[in-house]
Design a protein around this ligand. Structure first.
Ligand code: KIV
Length: 274
């Protein structure tokens, strides 16, 4: 089944949970497709996880186009959502539309995601008016971590909780087809989910959201740091280190490559070469 923005809306109506994972390359996209996940997010978390940047704010439009196109080559059935990087939409509605268009035209994204609530409502409207579906992202928005004073749970005070609800309603009103809610108390995220007609996709926002998203480096234990909200579904990082060590040992011991890994040649040809 090909997942689309309409699938997301029907899933919310039916009460079926939506699954989304990040991917940054073709092979991972293929594996995520094989697992039957509903959506792939080419997150700007590519910056920290795959490119060695200090923060997502260093990620460029060229980085996102490059990685989105790679993911698209391995994608068949997932809805492909690509993050708009820092400063690709803040400057004007026109910049937002042109950059979202690049992610669709060159990166083959089917939808884009951008961070913010009330303050980016006009950007969401402009992009959706241009025919590009937008997934909003509220709560903890990592591109604004400098303004928040770090990576903190959002919406814990009455004022913060009211701001989250206001943001959620504003992005829905602006035309977003879904909204990622990051790092907010579970009860608040459930309340927001019940108030919205569009699906909420939670990360660190509890089980009451309409779907969940995780960064695949985190859920496979490939990242250095494990946030509280992450469950490690497999120890892939350690499996890789163990495999690299075994390879190093076998090459040094002369046990790899073995007979079964080598190509033969007729003895009479070899004899002529000595
Ligand atoms: O960039 C990303 O991976 C994200 C997720 C944390 C939702 O935005």
């Amino acid at each position: 089944m090909k997942n689309t923005v309409s699938t997301f809306l029907s899933m919310k109506e039916e009460g079926t949970k939506i699954t989304m994972l990040t991917a940054y390359d073709t092979v991972t996209a293929r594996l995520i497709n094989q697992a039957g996940i509903n959506a792939i997010l080419v997150g700007d978390s590519v910056g920290n996880n795959a490119l060695g940047y200090e923060s997502t704010n260093q990620v460029t439009m060229d980085d996102m186009v490059h990685h989105c196109a790679a993911v698209a080559r391995g994608n068949d059935s997932c809805l492909l959502v690509c993050d708009m990087p820092f400063l690709s939409y803040e400057t004007s509605d026109r910049d937002a539309v042109l950059n979202a268009g690049r992610l669709v035209r060159e990166g083959h994204a089917q939808a884009v995601k951008l961070e913010g609530g009330v303050e980016v409502a006009s950007r969401i409207k402009a992009i959706t008016d241009a025919g590009i579906p937008v997934c909003a992202h509220i709560g903890l928005t990592p591109q604004s971590a400098n303004a928040f004073g770090g990576f903190k749970v959002q919406g814990k005070s009455e004022e913060g909780a009211r701001k989250l609800i206001e943001d959620a309603l504003a992005v829905q009103e602006a035309g977003a087809f879904a909204v990622v809610i990051e790092c907010v108390p579970a009860k608040l995220a459930s309340l927001v989910s019940s108030k919205l007609a569009i699906p909420t996709i939670g990360i660190g926002a509890g089980a009451g959201c309409d779907g969940q998203v995780l960064v695949y480096f985190d859920m496979l234990a490939m990242a250095d740091f494990k946030p509280k909200f992450v469950k490690q579904f497999a120890q892939v990082g350690q499996m890789m280190v163990d495999a690299f060590k075994a390879y190093d040992e076998e090459v040094k011991a002369g046990t790899f490559p073995g007979e079964e890994h080598t190509f033969g040649i007729k003895d009479e040809i070899m004899e002529k070469l000595y």
